[in-house]
Design a protein around this ligand. Structure first.
Ligand code: IMP
Length: 203
């Protein structure tokens, strides 16, 4: 299999996480920041999986390279699953998104602040027109304040009871072992190393 791959995102937080896990599987990683040409992808589906597939196919077909795309989100039970698939559009930047989340959860007690991160990761091979889907989930709670300086997005307010820490207080390697995206990408890694895949991808 080709040792080059595109990670179809401009989010360097996501790129770093994925690169770290797949360092042995690929030699060259591109992100959308590496291409001058800006390709517009409208994530207009209410389903993560459709948005991820749309990104993967559009980028993979345009550049003729195996492509990884993910669509992820934060689902908060007290908000009936919002922001969910709209997590990146919940505010103009990470700071505004967190502010809005804490605001909407004002008065909601600890035990009702349950939430989960979910990620759908797609590996798309344009020369074969085939794609594979991997899923990961991380359960936790929305804290009352920001903590930690690692990660990105909602990490500073996502509390994990098993660690008694917020996600942004956890180093990247540790986050990758437990996170929604980490779990999905480790599943992709095992798949790429499986005999079945090695046989079929070299045909
Ligand atoms: P998308 O997958 O690019 O649509 O973005 C999903 C949004 O969910 C991101 O912009 C973040 O705000 C949030 N998100 C997804 N994964 C994570 C994570 O690992 N930590 C914190 N926030 C995340």
């Amino acid at each position: 299999m080709d040792r080059k791959v595109i990670i179809a995102t401009e989010n360097l937080g996501k790129v770093n996480e994925i690169k770290k896990i797949l360092a042995d599987e690929f030699d060259i990683f591109y992100s959308l920041k590496d291409f001058k040409e800006k390709i517009e992808i409208v994530e207009d589906s209410p389903f993560y999986i459709e948005n991820a597939l749309k990104k993967a196919r559009k980028i993979g077909n345009r550049f003729g390279c195996n492509t990884i795309a993910d669509d992820s989100g934060l689902e908060v039970d007290a908000l009936d699953g919002r922001p969910g698939v709209y997590s990146s559009r919940y505010g103009r930047d990470d700071n505004e998104r967190i502010e809005r989340l804490l605001d909407e959860l004002k008065g909601v007690p600890c035990e009702k602040r349950t939430a989960r991160f979910v990620a759908y990761v797609i590996f798309y091979m344009p020369d074969k027109g085939s794609f594979y889907v991997f899923y990961g989930q991380l359960d936790g709670y929305i804290g009352f304040e920001r903590k930690g300086g690692h990660g990105f997005g909602y990490d500073p307010v996502f509390y994990i009871p098993e660690f008694d820490r917020h996600l942004a207080e956890i180093e990247l390697d540790e986050k990758n072992k437990i996170s929604h995206r980490g779990r999905a990408v480790y599943a992709l890694k095992s798949f790429l190393n499986a005999d079945f895949f090695k046989r079929t991808s070299s045909k």
